[in-house]
Design a protein around this ligand. Structure first.
Ligand SMILES: [Zn+2]
Length: 295
């Protein structure tokens, strides 16, 4: 990973920022560019909603494909709902993939760890990077249901792993890349989780995160917390996110701000940046924020 700034990597233009200040400076200096991109994204989102598919090149499938806007709700949400017809991955996942392709070229076997296993993203990663492992965290009652699903998705040889992200059963400094997508906001003690990620990463290893991100706010919004009795206290109206295992969804404790970078540096990551890709022909537009930290 190089310094903050802008660069085109494998057809994707990445902007990387160390702080909210740096981001706001960029927005000021290149106001026209960012406004044009916003307008372009907004208008495409609107037409997309009416028209359905648009053709492009999928970086995961490595061939021409069609991106389909398939929202579960009325709200326009390109990040979650713009899905490739081939790999079935949404824009957020395809943005992470683009960074992973840059960080982990397939000329060697990388030890990658995903904090998910019962997903198409895991399935695709395992195919592309054979050294990929993953796990899920769920109520014990769901084990059989999830085991059956994992076997269905990934085949007989895949063994379901149950792991708490705050206490991984991995050796110190054993992992080249750890990918944690839409999990951290559900972990009350997320700082323990990122400290654990640091422990298992090799020096130079990368942590890749996506979470709900307030890109114009420094301080993380705490939506809920655990009190001393371990009970949930809601500080905002409760927000539940979909879970491949639990149909009722899981509570989001946080919407993160730029200070997540500070927390990562405090636990010992040498670099932490919020990155945003731009490659409309690959179905990557809108602000697909992806956090990259280096041990
Ligand atoms: Zn695809």
């Amino acid at each position: 990973m190089s310094d903050a700034g802008q660069g085109v990597i494998q057809g994707v233009c990445w902007h990387r920022f160390d702080s909210l200040d740096a981001y706001e400076t960029e927005l000021r200096l290149n106001e026209g560019l960012w406004r044009a991109r916003s307008l372009w994204s907004e208008s495409l989102q609107t037409t997309q909603k009416q028209l359905g598919d648009f053709p492009g090149h999928c970086g995961v499938c490595q061939r021409p494909s069609v991106f389909t806007y398939s929202p579960e709700t009325e709200e326009v949400n390109v990040r979650e709902a713009l899905v490739c017809a081939g790999c079935q991955l949404n824009a957020r996942q395809r943005a992470v993939w683009a960074w992973m392709q840059h960080a982990f070229p397939t000329n060697r076997r990388w030890a990658l760890y995903l904090t998910e296993q019962a997903t198409r993203f895991y399935q695709a990663s395992k195919q592309h990077w054979p050294g990929t492992r993953g796990s899920e965290y769920f109520p014990v009652s769901a084990f059989e249901r999830l085991s059956a699903y994992v076997t269905h998705l990934l085949g007989e040889h895949e063994v379901l792993r149950w792991e708490d992200v705050c206490r991984l059963s991995l050796k110190d400094q054993s992992i080249d890349g750890l990918v944690c997508l839409e999990i951290l906001e559900h972990v009350p003690d997320y700082e323990a989780a990122v400290a654990e990620f640091l422990r298992v990463l090799k020096p130079g290893g990368q942590l890749i995160i996506t979470v709900p991100f307030l890109d114009r706010t420094h301080e993380t919004l705490v939506r809920a917390r655990l009190n001393e009795q371990g009970e949930i206290e809601h500080l905002c109206p409760p927000e539940y996110h979909g879970d491949p295992v639990d149909g009722e969804g899981i509570l989001a404790y946080y919407h993160f701000g730029w200070d997540l970078l500070d927390r990562l540096r405090e636990v010992g990551f040498s670099q932490a940046q919020w990155c945003v890709p731009w490659a409309p022909s690959m179905g990557l537009f809108s602000r697909l924020w992806t956090l990259v930290a280096v041990r």
